[in-house]
Each structure stands twice: as structure tokens, then as C-alpha cells.
Design a protein around this ligand. Structure first.
Ligand SMILES: Nc1ncnc2c1ncn2[C@@H]1O[C@H](COP(=O)(O)OP(=O)(O)O)[C@@H](O)[C@H]1O
Ligand SMILES: [Mg+2]
Length: 269
């Protein structure tokens, strides 16, 4: 492979396994994500989706195989230089953030790779950026609200704005729509769709259990079951009833309606 081909790899996993207590949570996964692609990771509870995102975010090293993130191989790179290039929005982050901070502060502190602190002299430009990202996520009316008082949906939108703050080259979203009501889900799907179709937005990888949460603009799907890759490729090719049924272990019918997806179990009898 030539230099230029390597440059366009956002993520390259080769035979990656993550083994804990003798069990492979991620099992010989080979997967590559190229610049500009927007991937969905589908799979049942416990399939290893979050573990895979933790490798992609450089917080977890493979037990076997090699993981190359934004051109840097884990184990051979200073992760403290790599991590600011990756935006991660998952609920694990929410627990680490001070509940008493305002929404604006919560997003602003990301610019400095910190989870707390307001004494620092923030640049005006950072504050403008934070306000712009919050506006994009529909959070302009909440700038002065305490993070700890937000609803789940508001908290998730704040975390995504926060993840965008460092201008990441790769954006990782772990079940961003989980726990939202129908209106909240549709609002988030619309906003993620706008982001996914923005040519200057970062490469994106989003974990979900529900095909209904796949926003227009997402291009590829990785399906995993028990740590193993079941299917990987363009949504139109791989998000089939057959693959989805194998993935979740029951007969399912998947349909594309316009630019959205739905799935349901086969009726009995
Ligand atoms: N640190 C750990 N040690 C042992 N088992 C773990 C650890 N973290 C996660 N697991 C297990 O690994 C499996 C995959 O977890 P996870 O990646 O969180 O799945 P998913 O996000 O797809 O629901 C689960 O069975 C989970 O219980
Ligand atoms: Mg998970």
C-alpha cells in the first residue's frame, strides 16, 4: 500500500482481539474506515460495540492484532497526542463531568482537554466555537443551565457539542439516541444527519441497536455479534434482512423508506 492510500485511513484494525479473563470481547476484528466515511456499528447487547469504540478512541489497546488510528499505531504513539484528534461522546463521559458546571462551560473545557475548571482565561474564539456547536445541536437556550440538571437528550446533545470542540478528525458516538423519547430521537437523527452530510465534518462512527437511528448521510455498517464481524460495507449492500437476522439472532425484515431504515420481527405462523 502506498503513502497516499495510508493517509486516507482513519481507522485500520488488523486481527484485533480484546481478551479479558480468557474471553475475547472483540474477536479477530479486521476493519478499515476511510476518510469521509460515516459508519454505524450494529449489534446486540454485549456484542463488543463499546469495547471496539474504546479501541478506536485509543483508550484500550488490543490484546492481539494491530490498531492504527489516524495513521498512528496504538502502542507506538503517544496517546496524549492522539486523543485530542478524536472526539468521543458516550455516557461514560457524562459521569466524569462536573454536574455543577454550566452547559457552556462543559463544552468549553473540552478545548483544553480538561473535565473541570473555569479559572482559565478562555479565548473569545473558543467561546464563539462552543456557542456555535451548541447552537448546531439545538442547545442555545440552555447555555447557563447546570449540566447535572439536563434531561438525557439535552445531556447527549451537550456531549456531542463537547466532542466537536477539539475539531476532531474522528467522531465516535456510543448510542447517542438511547433513552430518548420519539421526538428526542427524531430531533437527534435530523441533527446527526446534517453533520453526517457536512463534507467538512469529521469521519464518524456511531454505535446503535436500532436501524431507525441511522441518520441519512451515514454510508457504511459494521455488524458484530459475540465480538466477531458479521458484515462490513456500504449500508445499501450489507444492511439486509439476512445479515440483520444473523446479527440479532432472530428473523427480522429490514426496509429502507426514503432515506431512513426500519426493522421488525417476522410475524409468527
Ligand atoms: N473490563 C471488562 N472485563 C470483562 N468483561 C468486560 C469488560 N468490559 C466489558 N466486558 C464484557 O464484554 C462484553 C462486551 O461489552 P461491550 O463492548 O460493552 O458490549 P456492547 O457495547 O456491544 O453492549 C460484555 O459481555 C461485557 O459484559
Ligand atoms: Mg455499549
Amino acid at each position: 500500500m502506498g503513502e497516499t492510500a495510508l493517509m486516507s485511513e482513519v481507522l485500520e484494525l488488523k486481527d484485533v482481539s480484546v481478551v479479558r479473563e480468557g474471553r475475547a470481547l472483540v474477536d479477530q476484528v479486521s476493519w478499515s474506515v476511510k476518510e469521509g466515511e460515516r459508519w454505524v456499528i450494529l449489534g446486540p447487547n454485549g456484542a463488543g460495540k463499546t469495547t471496539l469504540l474504546n479501541v478506536a478512541s485509543s483508550y484500550l489497546f488490543p490484546s492481539k492484532g494491530t490498531a492504527t488510528v489516524l495513521g498512528e499505531q496504538l502502542g507506538k504513539v503517544d496517546v496524549f497526542e492522539l486523543r485530542p484528534r478524536i472526539g468521543m461522546a458516550g455516557m461514560a463521559m457524562a459521569d466524569k463531568l462536573p454536574k455543577g458546571q454550566t452547559v457552556l462551560q462543559t463544552v468549553l473545557t473540552a478545548a483544553y482537554g480538561m473535565t473541570a475548571g473555569w479559572q482559565e482565561d478562555y479565548e473569545d474564539i473558543d467561546e464563539q466555537r462552543a456557542r456555535a456547536f451548541l447552537d448546531r445541536l439545538g442547545m442555545s437556550d440552555y447555555l447557563d443551565r447546570k449540566f447535572g440538571t439536563l434531561s438525557e437528550g439535552e445531556r447527549k446533545r451537550t456531549l456531542i457539542a463537547r466532542a466537536l470542540m477539539t475539531d476532531p478528525e474522528l467522531l465516535l458516538l456510543d448510542e447517542p439516541a438511547a433513552g430518548l423519547d420519539l421526538g428526542g430521537r427524531e430531533d437527534l437523527v435530523r441533527r446527526l444527519g446534517r453533520l453526517a452530510r457536512d463534507p467538512i465534518a469529521p469521519s464518524m462512527i456511531m454505535v446503535t441497536h436500532h436501524v431507525e437511528e441511522i441518520a441519512p448521510g451515514f454510508t457504511h455498517v459494521l455488524m458484530i455479534r459475540q465480538g466477531k464481524v458479521l458484515a462490513a460495507g456500504p449500508l445499501e449492500l450489507e444492511l439486509t434482512s439476512r445479515n440483520l437476522s444473523l446479527c440479532f439472532g432472530l428473523p427480522l425484515v429490514v426496509e429502507q423508506r426514503g432515506d431512513r431504515w426500519t426493522a421488525q420481527g417476522l410475524p409468527l405462523g
